[in-house]
Design a binder for this molecule. Structure first.
Ligand code: PXP
Length: 240
């Protein structure tokens, strides 16, 4: 069985669209946990476009499974993590203005910043995961930097599944994730994966034995908006 950590950023995106107080990611996290999620993931961005500092603080107290915070390895973010002490921090690259995380961390560069972040977080009992592309040099570099957990970026595979055909790109992208997962697993790393996974493309990734946990956000929240819409309209009509 593959574990599921639900990324609830886009519950906060809906709230921030009106700068109001609902939907509350804290409530969403509880619902995800009651439904069987094995973890809750949030990305605290430098621009605070969705998750807010208040969410991080309250979720630390309320999440009963595993709280994973995605963040850039900046001084500000590492300070917040050391203060909040989530179960796990996933270090991701963050580009100003990007719609979503666009690629994995380049572990062959910025080594100093990554190593320092890993050491400070690990020495405070926070598990550190590095979000990296499924490529051998990145896995070897991540290992050299002291990472014990990695999250393989499935974005290329996910993009290749947007058409429903079994294309060459799709087969190659899946092969790259599988190969990377097996290499990391053979080095005793804990292998997670995610980005762009959907109800249609997830099974091929979930069937890779070396991958123990998937991190899925947008497609789950997208489905929730649609499967919940009929009930929401009925509830409003009943009030009128
Ligand atoms: N993993 C990482 C590192 C991410 O940045 C994201 C997006 O926040 C995800 C997984 C989840 O991606 P998606 O929302 O496309 O499921």
């Amino acid at each position: 069985m593959t574990f599921l950590s639900v990324n609830i950023d886009h519950i906060a995106t809906i709230r921030e669209a009106r700068r109001t107080n609902e939907p509350d990611p804290v409530t969403a996290a509880a619902i995800c946990e009651l439904a069987g999620a094995h973890g809750i993931t949030i990305h605290l961005r430098g621009d605070r476009r969705h998750i807010q500092d208040r969410d991080v603080k309250i979720l630390r107290q309320t999440v009963k499974t595993k709280l994973n915070i995605e963040m850039a390895a900046t001084e500000e973010m590492i300070g917040i993590a050391l203060n909040v002490v989530p179960d796990q921090v996933t270090l991701v690259p963050e580009l100003p203005g990007e719609i979503t995380t666009t690629g994995g961390l380049d572990c062959t560069r910025n080594e100093q910043a990554i190593v320092s972040a890993i050491k400070r977080l690990q020495s405070n009992n926070i598990n550190v995961s590095l979000f990296i592309d499924p490529a051998e040099p990145q896995i070897r570099a991540a290992l050299g930097l002291g990472a014990r957990t990695i999250e393989l970026n499935t974005a290329v595979y996910s993009d290749a599944t947007l058409t429903n055909h079994e294309t060459k790109e799709r087969i190659e992208a899946l092969g790259a994730v599988k190969q990377a997962a097996e290499l990391a697993h053979s080095k005793n790393m804990i292998v997670l994966a995610g980005h762009g996974l959907t109800y249609r493309n997830v099974r091929a990734i979930a069937s890779i034995p070396a991958i123990v946990e998937l991190n899925i956000g947008h497609n789950i929240i997208a489905r929730a908006a649609l499967v919940g819409l009929e009930r929401a309209v009925r509830d409003m009509v009943a009030l009128l």
